[in-house]
Design a protein around this ligand. Structure first.
Ligand SMILES: [Zn+2]
Length: 303
């Protein structure tokens, strides 16, 4: 499944964080990338709660490893390899994602898979399927097209199905010299222990609040709103950005019709801002129970 451009790939608002961070990575991601680029290793497991930038970091590393003129900070950004990464057609780069994620993030699907979806033979997969993993095995075995090795990224790695995990394990046990694997995961505990043990682990850092707020405001979110959304997301900037992008679904609706974006954000802000008071009065249980579990737990841990 090399990244070929297909007409069926859609771009959505969800692709904005990855695209933006490839151009100007968030400072905490850039720092982590610098540290990892100074190390060796053929299989990395980037892990931590969702919204900390696992995919962004994985793409930064892949871009730097494949770049023709890399610096200690990462890829040069203007060589032919960097250009191929930017337009998602690099022959030495393989991204393994569930098809629903590929479509949501605007990545092209393999031609055969796209044809099946176009013909409505099936729905986009929600897991990383074993046939995708077979593509990875073929990818691992062939020669690097540009002579700088190859990189395969799996995200979210915990969404490999059982057969795919078995196929990956085989590949990791006998790593061909030229390929590096990056498993990016938001729930690494769900991975097979045998897979985890074959990877070098890297826990994604929690960004300092002021950096996270600056990053959110750089994504056109007002500072006050950014502070509320960041708190609502338990301190995870990626999650905060996702909340800002989809407030209509998250916010309660009142009256007729859909809320405007600013109304929805305001409603959501009220909901979250009320939470500390309710918790202090011992009345937070119901409010927390109404929130998505991950956000509620994140909020408690972060505050
Ligand atoms: Zn380059």
């Amino acid at each position: 499944m090399t990244a070929k451009k297909t007409a069926g790939a859609k771009t959505s608002a969800a692709s904005a964080p990855a695209a933006a961070s490839a151009a100007v990575p968030a400072p905490w991601i850039a720092r982590q990338a610098r540290a990892l680029l100074a190390q060796r290793g053929h299989a990395w497991l980037l892990h931590g709660p969702s919204g900390l930038g696992q995919l962004e970091l994985a793409l930064l590393l892949a871009r730097a490893w494949l770049c023709e003129q890399p610096t200690p900070d990462g890829a040069c950004g203007h060589c032919p390899s960097c250009h191929s990464m930017d337009v998602r057609t690099h022959a030495d780069f393989l991204l393994l994602m569930p098809e629903d994620e590929m479509l949501a993030l605007g990545w092209p699907l393999p031609e055969a898979a796209q044809a099946e979806l176009d013909a409505k033979k099936r729905k986009p997969s929600r897991d990383i399927r074993v046939d995708a993993m077979r593509d990875a095995t073929t990818f691992a075995q062939r020669t690097s097209a540009r002579g700088r090795g190859k990189v395969a990224v799996l995200y979210p790695a915990e969404r490999m199905n059982h057969a795919a995990a078995g196929a990956l394990l085989k590949t990791l046990e006998e790593p061909p010299g030229e390929v590096r694997f990056i498993l990016a995961s938001c729930a690494a505990h769900l991975l097979l222990p045998t897979i985890r043990s074959r990877c070098q682990g890297c826990a994604l850092p929690w960004p300092p609040e002021e950096q996270a707020l600056a990053w959110l405001t750089a994504h056109d979110i007002a500072h006050a709103e950014a502070a509320v959304l960041l708190r609502a997301a338990g301190g995870r900037p990626g999650q905060a950005l996702a909340l800002a992008a989809a407030p209509l679904e998250a916010a309660p609706r009142s009256g007729k019709g859909a809320l405007s974006l600013s109304q929805a954000a305001a409603a959501q802000a009220v909901q979250w801002q009320a939470l500390p008071g309710l918790l202090a009065r011992g009345e937070g249980a119901e409010a927390l129970a109404a929130l998505p579990v991950a956000e509620a737990v994140g909020y408690i841990l972060y505050r």
